[in-house]
Design a protein around this ligand. Structure first.
Ligand code: UT7
Length: 332
């Protein structure tokens, strides 16, 4: 029997309607459009509005659309992993809310927290389940409502984040397509540079944690930037080298969208030209677990069967990694 690989057989995304431009941010903090565009590449981001709307409100429409596009009966889905840093609730998992609301009644699921590398880690995990031969349809979601934990008085941080996400279907493939290799890394010495101080078991919510604004994402941007440039470029170069890939062999680089300068540094290190790099940071900013599926969704029509695709991410934790896959279908 030929080896089973895990192939992406469909992709969908969801960007909330409300557009927050750099000009709107100018009315909230001391910043300007020129600074934000030149330092990050971001022009606008989406914000999920409305009472009681959590990350599942992004994931559910994406999954429903994915089921429709792939002509999948939700009852056939075996598993759903939701990569997110902004779950609807501390517990239970957002994956449970998504499966219940999308009719995936036979799927088990859980959330995976790896900050901005979440989608990559979840995709690598789902691929392992497919490769066992026991699971036939797995949905990988990457979604975040970053506006729930962004401090809109912190100009160095609030300008990069936005809300959004997407989902992919993973299925077994026996033509050698799909996930070929992955490199995943974690280093907890990065915790001080990007984290949320309160709201976990170490510092549960109190009036003091609220007054000190500790329920927001805290970031030392310059430090994170330094590690991100090196981390994302290193793993992307390493995955090329160990799979004997030259820049010419690569059809697409799909980078996490945190800062256009980090993306450019990664592409340069790989020797990949800008025409092969998926970029939509200008429209959505950094949606954490959402960036890579949002890119795949937007560029789906340009992907061809057999294309060599490298995904790369870096995020809080620190977590980082890359995945090399062969795209499994032509534009429909
Ligand atoms: O998603 C995965 C994890 N996150 C990342 O990968 C993000 C990595 N970090 C970054 O992308 C960048 O560090 C930021 C975009 C967050 C910040 O850009 P930077 O070039 O590192 O700015 P900085 O913090 O070094 O600040 C440079 C200057 C400072 O002024 P002085 O001290 O030189 O006078 C800041 O006060 O820019 C000032 N500044 C701003 N000015 C206008 C910081 N934020 C702003 C702002 N508007 N929004």
């Amino acid at each position: 029997m030929s080896k089973i690989t895990a192939a992406i057989t469909g992709v969908s995304g969801y960007a909330p309607e409300y557009v927050m431009t750099n000009h709107e941010l100018e009315t909230m903090v001391d910043t300007n459009d020129e600074w934000i565009v030149s330092r990050t590449g971001i022009k606008e981001r989406r914000i999920l509005k409305g009472e009681d709307q959590g990350t599942s409100a992004i994931a559910i429409p994406a999954v429903l659309d994915l089921l429709k596009k792939t002509n999948t009966d939700p009852a056939e889905v075996d598993m759903l992993i939701c990569a997110t840093t902004t779950p609807d609730l501390v517990f239970p998992a957002t994956a449970n809310i998504i499966t219940a609301e999308t009719g995936c009644v036979n799927a088990f699921g859980y959330d995976l927290q790896a900050a901005c590398s979440g989608f990559l880690f979840a995709l690598a995990t789902g691929a392992q389940f497919i490769e066992t031969g026991k699971y036939k349809k797995i949905i990988i979601v990457g979604a975040d409502k970053m506006s729930a934990i962004v401090d809109y008085t912190d100009r160095a941080t609030c300008i990069i984040f936005g809300d959004g996400g997407g989902a992919v279907m993973l299925e077994p493939n026996t033509e050698g397509l799909g996930v070929q290799d992955s490199i995943l890394k974690s280093d907890g010495s990065g915790v001080p540079f990007l984290h949320q101080k309160a709201g976990g078991s170490r510092r549960p919510a109190t009036q003091e944690t609220l007054d000190r604004r500790e329920h927001f994402a805290f970031q030392e941007g310059q430090q994170v930037f330094k590690f991100a440039v090196k981390g994302m470029a290193d793993v992307s170069a390493e995955i090329m080298e160990r799979n004997n890939l030259t820049a010419d062999d690569i059809a697409w680089l799909v980078p996490h969208q945190a800062n256009k300068r980090i993306i450019d540094a990664t592409a340069n290190r790989m020797g990949v030209g800008p025409e092969k790099v998926m970029i939509n940071i200008q429209k959505y900013g950094n949606t954490t677990s959402g960036t890579i599926p949002l890119c795949l969704w937007e560029f789906e029509n340009q992907l061809k069967k057999g294309d060599n695709v490298v995904l790369a991410a870096f995020g809080g934790g620190f977590t980082w990694g890359s995945i090399y896959l062969k795209w499994a279908y032509d534009p429909k």
